[in-house]
Design a protein around this ligand. Structure first.
Ligand SMILES: NC(=O)CC[C@H](N)C(=O)O
Length: 211
């Protein structure tokens, strides 16, 4: 019917294209988790690939290496622009560091994408317990998540617009913040892509769909 508005569903609401920054780190596990949730995941190494994304996952790995490669691949500024423009992004572990505005114990001159109004402490859990697993309650999920921490950062401080989603519950680091959300940005200190529990990725896919 002429002049009748047609309901057009944006592709993002049906089958969002979610990029995984593929410079370094555990890319494949994120691609698999996103695929199992019905998203359309792609590896991102070039600005053109970034431009095709409705959302972006920044994996775990090594944040100093990732930042250097992002600079070499001419991706750091496009990543900053995209996050500034509101691209939903989810950083895990090194990816959390990449999204943070401020780093404690970073390498000299370590760059980040930024956008998330938090201070992260790199390698915060220290040598003795640098890798561990713990059941953690995440806001928005009914049952706890088995959280895997590998030389993980914790969130040292958050600005007022950041929602704390999870804290360490046991041991000497109890109370430390390990999952946050700020508008379309999410980050976890742990690795939800390890194992078969896709619920944390599901929270991000929902966030992308609603963005
Ligand atoms: N598993 C991880 O992503 C570790 C992060 C790493 N310690 C870093 O500083 O980037």
């Amino acid at each position: 019917m002429i002049g009748e508005p047609t309901a057009v569903l944006g592709s993002a609401s049906v089958n969002p294209t979610i990029g995984v920054l593929a410079l370094q780190g555990d890319v494949r596990e994120h691609l698999a988790a996103l695929r199992s949730l019905g998203a359309d995941p792609i590896s991102v190494r070039r600005p053109g690939e970034l431009a095709a994304c409705d959302g972006l996952v920044i994996p775990g790995g090594e944040s100093t290496t990732m930042a250097k490669l992002a600079t070499i691949f001419d991706l750091l500024e496009p990543l900053r622009d995209a996050v500034r423009a509101g691209l939903p992004a989810f950083g895990t572990c090194a990816g959390m560091i990449m999204l943070a505005d401020r780093i404690e114990d970073g390498a000299a001159g370590q760059e980040t994408i930024g956008g998330l109004h938090i201070t992260v402490r790199r390698n915060a859990f220290g040598r003795q317990v640098d890798s561990f697993e713990e059941d953690i309650h995440v806001d928005g999920l009914a049952d706890p998540v088995r959280a895997v921490f590998i030389r993980a950062p914790w969130v040292e401080a958050v600005d007022g617009d950041v929602e704390v989603l999870a804290r360490v519950e046991d041991g000497p680091a109890a109370g430390r913040i390990v999952a946050v959300r700020q508008g379309p940005l999410m980050a976890t200190s742990f690795h939800p892509e390890v194992g078969s529990d896709d619920r944390v990725h599901g929270m991000f896919v929902d966030l992308v769909r609603s963005a």
